[in-house]
Design a protein around this ligand. Structure first.
Ligand code: SPV
Ligand code: MN
Length: 626
């Protein structure tokens, strides 16, 4: 071992923590830590293992550092990110491309050596006066073929605490692999940067998230928002998509849930929905069971299509979480136990957020100010809200009473169906099934669109194309990613594919209730097993009225009228044709390597819509196709 490197670490590390590192007997780990220490110059280095004591140390440090503030309920804390640091920032998130390599030109990228130089300049001596935390985690269940070990360096106890809730601990995984020369792991180096009086990153305009895909490493600086800092979340997803490409599996931005069918049948479903399109609330439908709400890896095991939850917790949007719509989350958010609230309003030790169905105080502490008052303007002069629209909660899956007991299965879970859920007010029916895997991947997944929301920075309410809801995280061209999806698990029975849209409107009013998705999921569950028939339309297979009428009665104890059905499942041909036009434009000119099958499916779909228009007019009742 390189004595100089060891000495650098030793100079900042007490014996116990140094031993934890040395015991791993891994030169890559030592190099990464030593380089970080030398560059960032922390006062000391703390190394965590998988013990509860170490987890407790981090929790307390987050409070001592004032990165988290305890709330009235035991175990609950609140964390605030800077006013300008409330979401992922796409413009400053870039791939570092080495000389001689090329990345798809649509990916945000910069020259590798220049990027590294920039990050080093921003991180140099930036941990002075702070503790550098070194923690080991695992993406996916430990001791499984899904597992990807990760090393996180951060000077934020909030980041390390969040990771402890959101991921499996991985120190022992590293230890077991100490003699494996091919041991591959992901590395993250996050530095908070200069902080203001509220301990939030001051230099938000110097925020950078740079991904060195050649080294499985991501650097992040001058930010605290978890989507930019928690290495195992979206930073790792980009690396995982490349690793999956090399190894022949898929890394997806999807929930995993268990839908409960007749006679105790368990059917696992995965779903990709852009932010704020009902992803978490689908995974949390009362009566069903959650496995995970954000990230899934797909692999074939013994000829079965299986998915594993990458995470062990949820970092969810809190806006509109209320007792009626999300009873299980609501309960966990009001029970003793570990919960981090992010960017909510706090008054008298109690967190408040928009859409919680309670009257909100007109003052308190929030992301704008420690003494926020209604009407207060932000530092940019904009109106402020009591809680941020992208305010979040962090909790552990194990603390949810509706968790699937098998959520941590090292072999993952067999997938019966995949759902692509968009948000549009005028085009797609609430639920439909694809004609085939290829049709589902191309017409539902690849053509997924959503009106924008608050989780990413930029204008809201604009219709945006978001392939598989994975667009922000693609680390290769759209065409290559779609080819990988089309080719995956070719020789085995693949899940059925479905599309949902909970946001259809008529005269400005939503056509569906918040809970109707519970019915669509039951219908999907039945269709996975071919228990009910469906109607073939140009855009896919849709439910029959009788089946939905029965399901609405059984699931929601609700009378479902033929009129509602007609309004919801009417084929809107002009809007569908417009969508096809948008997609033709994208896939024939913007995307340079569109799969041929996609272009074919697009043309077929257009033709079917035109034929239906000639036969039945522009707005067609489902009965026309029966
Ligand atoms: C999302 O926006 O898709 C999230 C939250 O899951 S973030 O961590 O910002 O990615
Ligand atoms: Mn997400």
């Amino acid at each position: 071992m390189d004595g100089k490197k060891l000495n650098i670490i030793k100079s900042k590390c007490d014996e116990i923590h140094y031993k934890k590192l040395a015991d791993l007997n891994n030169q890559d780990v030592l190099d990464f830590v030593a380089d970080a220490v030398e560059l960032c110059n922390p006062d000391r280095v703390w190394v965590g293992d998988d013990s509860d004591e170490d987890a407790q140390y981090i929790r307390q440090l987050a409070i001592d550092n004032k990165e988290e503030i305890p709330l009235a309920i035991k175990g609950h804390t609140v964390h605030f990110d800077g006013y300008f640091d409330q979401a992922r920032k796409k413009e400053v998130t870039k791939y570092l491309v080495p000389e001689g390599d090329t990345l798809d030109p649509k990916l945000n990228q910069t020259d590798r050596s220049e990027g590294l130089q920039e990050i080093e300049d921003f991180q140099r001596d930036a941990c002075k006066g702070r503790i550098m935390l070194v923690r080991f985690f695992c993406l996916g269940p430990v001791n499984s073929i899904f597992a990807i070990p990760c090393l996180q360096i951060t000077d934020s106890a909030y980041v390390a605490h969040s990771e402890d809730m959101l991921y499996r601990r991985g120190y022992e995984v590293f230890k077991r692999q100490s003699s494996n020369p091919d041991f591959e792991f992901f590395k993250f180096r996050h530095v908070t940067g200069e902080v203001d009086e509220r301990n939030t990153s001051k230099n938000h305009e110097l925020n950078r998230v740079y991904m060195d895909y050649t080294q499985n490493t991501v650097y992040s600086v001058n930010t605290q928002y978890a989507g930019n800092t928690v290495g195992l979340k979206k930073l790792s997803l980009r690396l995982a998509i490349r690793k999956a490409d090399r190894e022949g599996w898929l890394a997806e931005h999807m929930f995993i849930m268990r839908a409960n069918g007749p006679n105790g049948r368990k059917t696992y479903l995965c779903g990709a929905y852009p932010s704020a399109c009902g992803k978490t609330s689908t995974a949390m439908i009362p009566g069903e069971n959650i496995v995970g709400d954000d990230l899934a890896y797909f692999k074939v095991i013994d000829d079965e299509f299986r998915a594993a939850n990458v995470e062990s917790g949820i970092f969810g949007i809190i806006q509109d979480v209320n007792a009626k719509g999300d009873p299980v989350i609501w309960k966990t958010l009001h029970s003793e136990g570990e919960v981090i609230f992010g960017n909510v309003l706090v008054n008298n030790g109690k967190p408040y957020w928009l859409g919680m169905d309670e009257e909100l105080p007109t003052e308190g502490m929030n992301h704008v100010s420690v003494e926020w008052k209604k009407g207060m303007k932000g530092p940019d002069g904009a109106e402020t809200t009591p809680s941020h629209k992208n305010a979040r909660y962090t909790l552990r899956i194990k603390d949810l009473e509706n968790k699937d007991p098998d959520w941590d299965n090292p072999d993952g879970l067999p997938v019966g169906g995949i759902i692509y859920g968009g948000r549009d007010s005028d085009t797609n029916v609430p639920v439909r099934e694809a004609f085939s895997w290829e049709h589902g991947i191309c017409a539902f997944g690849a053509m997924l669109e959503s009106e924008t929301t608050a989780a990413t920075i930029g204008a809201e309410g604009v219709r945006k194309w978001n392939v598989m809801s994975n667009m922000d995280f693609l680390s290769m061209s759209v065409g290559k990613y779609l080819h990988n999806n089309l080719d995956f698990a070719k020789d085995i029975k693949r899940p059925k594919i479905f599309g949902t849209n909970y946001f259809l409107k008529k005269d400005g009013q939503y056509l569906n209730g918040m809970l109707d998705k519970a019915v669509w999921v039951k219908w999907i569950e039945l269709r996975v097993h071919d228990d009910v028939d469906a109607i073939t339309t140009p855009i896919g297979l849709i439910p029959k009225y009788e089946d939905l009428k029965r399901l609405f009665r059984e699931v929601l104890d609700k009378e479902y009228t033929k009129e509602e059905y007609k309004n919801q499942f009417m084929l809107r041909i002009p809007e569908n044709l417009k969508k096809m036009e948008r997609m033709s434009e994208i896939f024939s000119s913007t995307v340079s390597d569109s799969p041929e099958i996609l272009i074919k499916i697009l043309e077929e779909q257009k033709q079917k819509l035109e034929e239906a228009k000639t036969a039945h007019g522009e707005y067609v009742s489902p009965s026309a196709f029966e």
